[in-house]
Each structure stands twice: as C-alpha cells, then as structure tokens.
Design a protein around this ligand. Structure first.
Ligand code: TEU
Length: 581
C-alpha cells in the first residue's frame, strides 16, 4: 500500500466563511451548440432561457457561458469585436438581461467568459491601430519591426515571410506574427491572425478592460472565466526565440501585478462574492498557488492543463496523441488537490477545447459506466467541478473522418500545416484529428432522438452526432440509473457532504494501472472512492489498502444503498463506488 499525499493535504477547516463557489458545481455552456430557438442552426440566448430547468434538474449552481459578444467568429467568439454588445447570432443585450434575471430567479449564477489577452482584428481599437504608427490605439497592440538582417518575402497568408521578429509559433499553426504592409511592421497573435494580442503594458488597455468588466457586473453577472489570462504579461524575448508562443508567454513578469490590480479595480470592489477562474495553459502548480492563494487577492482558481496534456505526443503535439497512463492521471490530480490548502482548484475533464472524455479515456462499449466512473473520480477530489454541456448525458466525440467535416480553426490550421505544407500522411494526421479535435465536443447538444436531436429546426452549423437517437436528454432526465441522474447525485452530494470540499485526500496504489482508490477524511467521517478504470473485471489487488465497511452513497453499478457493508473484493468493468464510514 503506497500513500501519496499532495505536498499540502487540504486542511480540514477552511479559513473564514466559505465563498459560494467552494461547494458549487459549474456547468459550461458553449452557446453555438447548446440550443437554437430561431432555426438559424446556431445556438442562442433565448434557447438557454428555455432550457434553464434542465440545469435546475441537474442541480448545478452556476453557468460559465462561453463568449456571446459581437465577433466575426474566426474562433467561434473567442475573437471579440465589441465587448459590450451581444452578437446578433446569439441575440441582444435585452435577451442577455432576461437570461441573467431568469437564472437569478432560479438561484443560478452567471460567469461570463472574459477574453482579454487579444481582441478580434475587427475590433474598433485594432481598426484604429491599423491606421499607422501614430494611431491613437497603435500601442494597444504589440507591433515590432522585421528582424534585423533578415529578408522577408510574401509566401501567402499565414505563411512565414522569413523576417518575423522571432520564431514563435501560433497555437493555431504558422507564425505568431502577422505582417502589416501599410506600416511595415508585424503584430503579435498567439492564436489566429484575426486575434491580435493586446498590449497589457499599456495602462489604457488595462483601464478599458476593468471598465468593461465593471460594466458587466453592473448588468448582474456573477464572475468571469478568464481566457488564457496567464499570457497577458509578455516576457522579454529575442529574435532567436522559437517554439509555441503560448508557452513562452505563460506567467510573464507582470502577471501577478496585473491580476492584483484587476482584483482591486473590479472583483475586490464588487458588492457581492464573485467567482473568477483563470484559464492558464502551461501553468505550474507553484504558479497556480500564487494566482489562487486566498491571501493573494488575484483570482479564485485556475484551469490547469497538465492532466489534459498527459496524452500529448512528441514535442507536446496533441494531434499525435499517446495512450494515457492512469497512474499519471491519478498522481496529477492528487498533486493538484494540494492547491486547495492555500488556494483553490478547478476540476474538469472536458470543455469546448477537449474531446469528449468518455471517448478519449473511457470506453464507448461501456459508455455510461466509463463516463460515470470518470465523473465520480473527478468529483471525489477537492475543488470546484465543471460539467461541460452534454457530458451529463455522456455524449461522445464526433469522430468525423473527413477534414471537410471540421470547422475548428485550430484543427484546420494543424491539417494545413501538417498535410498541405509538411506533406505528412493524411490518414496518419486524420487519426490524430479524429481523436483530439476541439470539434469533437462542439457538436450540438442532444436533446431528443428527433431531427437534429432537437437542437435546431434549421440546418445545424456543425453536424449532429447520429447517435443522438440513443443518447439524448429526453431519454435520461428523470430516469433513475441514467447518466444525467448520476450527475444529479454528484451535484447533490457536493452540496450535502462537506468532506468533498474540506476533507483531506490520500491516493492508494498510485501505480496500479486500473484501480483508482482515493480516501477523504473530514472530522469523524471517511469517504473512500474506488473505481475499476478498465473494461475487465478487477479483483481487489492482494495487499492493497482495504476499503472500510460503510454505506455506499454512490454507485454506477447498483442503486446507492445496496451492497451495504459488503467488503469490496472486486469491481466490475468501470464500476465506481463511494463508501462513507
Ligand atoms: O484556449 C486556449 C488553449 O490552450 C486552447 O485553445 C488550445 O486548444 C489547447 O490546445 C487546448 O489544449 C482558449 C479558449 O478556450 C479557446 O477556445 C480559444 O481558441 C483560445 O483560448 C484563444 O482565445
């Protein structure tokens, strides 16, 4: 029996009154794919209002709403052209106000997506900046001359010219610098060329962001999910710097200063307890502790990426994935649980950027069992769990086989670079795309077995998964034993059992490839979460830490309450149990 404790096991007693998000479950809505009310094939705000009772039945506490601001949709709304307006494809500000009111009336909170590392190249600030080196908003972005001594030549859009200021690569393939012929300079874009990075060194940029955030607080929102917020402070760099620009800019020299300033100007000045979560690709545990430390007054928690990058392939290439090793995941999650000692952690397995975890790490032949096993082991950790739309139904990845079926700018950029420019084997590249593409999670939510899964009366912007005939909300909501019903139990137990948010944590048998065994302790209670994370029967390993006799409070194999006191001698394929003693 090997015990693995995080560096600092979460203390049993939180300091001071716990903020609401400490025992909350948050539901992520990717609006384009949630539900469509007007038949244009794209999800909208009115349909979210129409489906709020789905969230109430599930028992979640808040919604993280992916961007609905005005946008040319180069990156499906993560390229914003007006922060203080709603894109007509989603509705308008009046509908947003109704959504906020309807959510609050149901005890739900709304956390907006804040995308301020970059804007759209259609934003009025950038349009002005293109006016030339003396433009009013020129310094709101990051402009640099061509690299001295190098010669640039036009190789076509998104291609290297040869004299970029350095060799940083965009997260969506190609150079992270775009050429502006009129001014003879490059501008930085860590993502698409249509997403120019803002210059956070400029106090006018920061003031404009804080003003906009306070404007949304004035409309009643309850917090922010901050898109790639660890990238806003750019490091010093040189002409020979190369590699992913996103990784190079993670946690720059003034990040904590900017976040503390934002907290003073916005969150700390608010008249209610907000929730802030910073999305931080490449952040380390130590850096996350600095950001989320309770006494740091920066952010409340972060989205880290170590666990969703465990199956990245050579050179961190997610499109050349390798099989996940469960021990790596188990150790990673218990290590990040230590963050809750001084700060707080988010808990997630999927979102709009990740494939459906049941397809990625479960077994579609055991779809409901493997989905609920993963969900239960995630929720057994301290932190705030996030449920991505459709995961409460165990929706699967899209598994599109032809590049024409994909829409995602990251996926299409990778395909162009790998197949069209680098000449790699299309079948080999498609295998990686099919596994990891962000479009896997972006297919419309499956509400019914009917046409277009009840998502739209028109033509969906992205194909509906044909398995909606078997996997849909209508079949599950209210049905005991459904995946939806299991998630509703997870939400209820999180509200009822402080051991989940306040208890210490121990991981047993960390190196076992199939058994996942966590133990939580709080005051006089012990909770064991045990799962067989494989498709074969698991005999309890000889010498492994036994599970104390107790009450089964959660099971995906039999109604909770059964198997009372029966010692755990074996677990069926993808069987998970929580035993309270
Ligand atoms: O994502 C940042 C990010 O790291 C992902 O884009 C990327 O897909 C990574 O490979 C995931 O492992 C945020 C948003 O969530 C994403 O939708 C946007 O495309 C991106 O920032 C730019 O705003």
């Amino acid at each position: 029996m090997t015990r693995v404790l995080p560096d600092q096991a979460p203390s049993g007693i939180s300091t001071g009154p716990a903020p609401w998000w400490r025992s909350a479950v948050v539901y992520q809505i990717y609006p384009r794919s949630f539900a469509d009310s007007n038949g244009d094939g794209v999800g909208d705000l009115q349909s979210i209002i129409d489906h709020l009772d789905h969230l109430v039945a599930l028992g979640v506490d808040a919604v993280w709403l992916s961007p609905v601001y005005r946008s040319p949709m180069a990156d499906n709304g993560y390229d914003i052209s007006d922060y203080q307006d709603v894109d007509p494809i989603f509705g308008d500000l009046a509908t947003m106000d109704r959504l906020i009111a309807e959510m609050h009336a149901r005890g739900l909170r709304l956390v907006m997506d804040l995308v301020v590392n970059h804007t759209s190249d259609r934003h009025a600030w950038f349009r002005d900046a293109l006016g030339g080196r003396g433009a009013e908003h020129r310094d709101w972005y990051i402009w640099r001359d061509p690299r001295p001594g190098a010669v640039g030549h036009d190789s076509g859009p998104g291609q290297w010219r040869g004299d970029e200021p350095n060799h940083w690569v965009s997260a969506f393939s190609g150079p992270a610098w775009a050429w502006d012929e009129a001014s003879g300079q490059y501008y930085l874009h860590l993502f698409a060329p249509g997403q120019p990075d803002l210059n956070w060194e400029n106090p006018e940029v920061r003031a404009a962001v804080y003003q906009m955030m306070n404007w949304w607080l004035g409309r009643g929102v309850d917090g922010f999910r901050m898109d790639v917020i660890n990238l806003i402070s750019k490091p010093d760099w040189g002409p020979d710097d190369a590699g992913p620009g996103m990784n190079a800019c993670s946690v720059g020299p003034r990040l904590h200063e900017f976040l503390a300033e934002m907290n003073r100007q916005v969150m700390g000045a608010a008249d209610k307890v907000l929730m802030t979560v910073g999305e931080m690709p490449a952040v380390t545990l130590e850096e996350a502790a600095m950001v989320s430390g309770r006494d740091r007054h920066e952010l409340d928690m972060v989205f880290q990426f170590e666990h969703v990058w465990l199956d990245n392939g050579p050179d961190g290439d997610k499109f050349r994935p390798v099989p996940l090793r469960l021990p790596d995941m188990k150790r990673n999650m218990v290590r990040w649980a230590g963050l809750c000692e001084t700060g707080w952690n988010s808990l997630y397995l999927g979102n709009h950027d990740q494939p459906r975890f049941v397809s990625r790490w479960g077994d579609e032949a055991w779809r409901e069992r493997s989905a609920t096993a993963w969900a239960a082991m995630l929720h057994a950790h301290p932190g705030t769990p996030f449920v991505f739309q459709g995961d409460e139904l165990a929706m699967t990845s899209a598994h599109f086989d032809r590049i024409e079926q994909y829409e995602d700018v990251e996926t299409l950029g990778y395909w162009r670079q790998a197949v069209e420019l680098d000449g790699r084997d299309p079948a080999e590249v498609m295998a990686g795309v099919r596994y990891i593409s962000r479009d896997n999670a972006r297919t419309p939510v499956q509400w019914t077995a009917g046409p277009n899964a009840g998502f739209t009366g028109g033509t969906p912007w992205l194909a509906v998964n044909p398995n909606h005939d078997a996997i849909n909300a209508a079949d599950q909501v209210g049905r005991p034993g459904s995946v939806f019903g299991f998630y509703a139990q997870l939400c209820r137990l999180r509200h009822e059992m402080p051991i989940l948010t306040e208890g210490s944590i121990e991981l047993f048998e960390p190196d076992h490839e199939r058994l996942w065994h966590l133990r939580r302790r709080y005051r006089d209670q012990t909770l064991d979460a045990v799962a067989n994370m494989s498709s074969e029967l698991l005999e309890w390993p000889a010498g492994a830490e036994p599970v104390p006799d107790g009450r089964v409070v959660l099971s995906n194999a039999e109604p909770s309450g059964a198997a009372q006191g029966r010692p755990v001698r074996e677990l069926g394929p993808w069987e998970v149990r929580w035993i309270l003693s």
